[in-house]
Design a binder for this molecule. Structure first.
Ligand SMILES: Nc1nc2c(ncn2[C@@H]2O[C@H](COP(=O)(O)OP(=O)(O)OP(=O)(O)O)[C@@H](O)[C@H]2O)c(=O)[nH]1
Ligand SMILES: [Mg+2]
Length: 319
């Protein structure tokens, strides 16, 4: 049984086992479930930092600097660069999106890219499972980097404990440069490339926007940084620590953990149900025939759910 070998490799701390497991997650291989269940006992959830922002704002450069900093505190760090524009990558490094090669030889650092295109759950289901695997493998911190396109920021925010939105000076006309929904998901704003002109103005604009918004118990700090010069990195980490302390102190951490688990369960149901629906629609004459006759999907959809009878797990997962 391949997954039993995988479990052994995993428990032995073999990084190739981890890489293989994440590839299975990417491919949505049902056997991963057994591995995750076997590893669940006593596994700690790592702390998850989400980095999002427009292309080229310097997320990877910043993450690279942060990793260096976290390593000085002896924390084991995994970086998951999720690219919503790429098809599932099978672990290949996506072009030059990952600028963290200097950590390549450090066994306390694991860097991995994942494509999310062509997967119906977006980046959510697979990234959550990858986070679980990384935690079970012993990483203390998982950094999730994703380009802010489509729904990806919201998806990152749903997975991360702390979400950092990375902006740069002069990206556009102030208020307009912030996509709808960003104010709500940002736990920390980073204005990177502060070595370029206009950083103060951008920070001021974000501040005004925050002032216009509702009063929240956590006011997202705005940190200026120049990742390329290594400036502001300590301040970014300090803001993250303050946010974490706030989550703990207010009981928000536990609430978010529960909400995340619910999201995860609901997303799995959706994924399994969709797979089951496709299978029946494509291969089951009764269901397909009903759809052809009705010319409207409701009764067929209901029949699929009834037929599933609580067994939506893909066939292969039951072996
Ligand atoms: N001037 C300046 N340039 C920077 C800074 N940080 C990053 N850059 C440059 O900005 C470009 C993009 O950096 P990345 O770190 O790849 O940006 P990214 O946000 O990860 O990019 P994507 O993953 O493609 O969205 C590179 O040429 C970096 O050298 C900075 O603090 N100042
Ligand atoms: Mg990048």
């Amino acid at each position: 049984m391949p997954e039993r070998n995988l479990l052994a490799e995993f428990k032995a701390g073999n990084i190739r086992g981890l890489a293989r497991a994440i590839s299975l997650v990417e491919q949505r291989d049902p056997s991963v479930r057994h591995l995750l269940e076997a590893l669940a006992n006593g596994a700690r959830r790592p702390r998850v930092l989400g980095f999002t922002g427009a292309p080229g704002t310097g997320k990877s450069t910043l993450v690279d600097a942060l990793v260096g900093n976290l390593r000085e505190s002896k924390l084991r760090v995994a970086v998951l660069a999720v690219d919503p524009n790429s098809p599932y990558s099978g672990g290949a490094i996506l072009g030059d999106r990952i600028r963290m090669q200097r950590h390549a030889l450090d066994p306390g650092v694991y860097i991995r890219s994942m494509g999310a295109r062509g997967h119906l759950g977006g980046l959510s289901v697979a990234s959550r499972e990858a986070v679980r695997l990384l935690g079970a493998f012993g990483f203390d911190e998982v950094i999730l980097e994703t380009v802010g396109v489509g729904q990806s920021e919201l998806e990152v925010a749903a997975i991360a404990d702390t979400t950092l939105v990375v902006l740069t000076p002069g990206l556009g006309d102030g208020v307009q440069m912030l996509k709808a929904g960003i104010m709500e998901i940002a736990d920390v704003f980073v204005v990177n490339k502060a070595d370029l002109p206009g950083a103060q103005k951008t920070m001021q604009e974000i501040r005004s926007m925050l002032n216009m918004g509702p009063k929240l118990s956590w006011r997202a700090p705005i940190v200026g940084a120049s990742a390329i010069k290594g400036e502001g990195v300590v301040e970014v980490l300090a803001a993250v620590e303050r946010h974490r302390a706030h989550l703990e102190a207010t009981g928000e951490a536990a609430k978010r953990a529960e909400a995340r688990l619910k999201d995860e369960a609901a997303d799995l149901v959706a994924e399994w149900a969709r797979a089951q629906a496709r299978r029946l629609l494509d291969h089951d004459e009764a269901v397909a025939g009903r759809l052809r006759r009705d010319r409207i999907p409701y009764a067929a959809a209901e029949e699929i759910l009834t037929r599933a009878g609580g067994r939506l797990v893909p066939e292969a997962a039951r072996t």
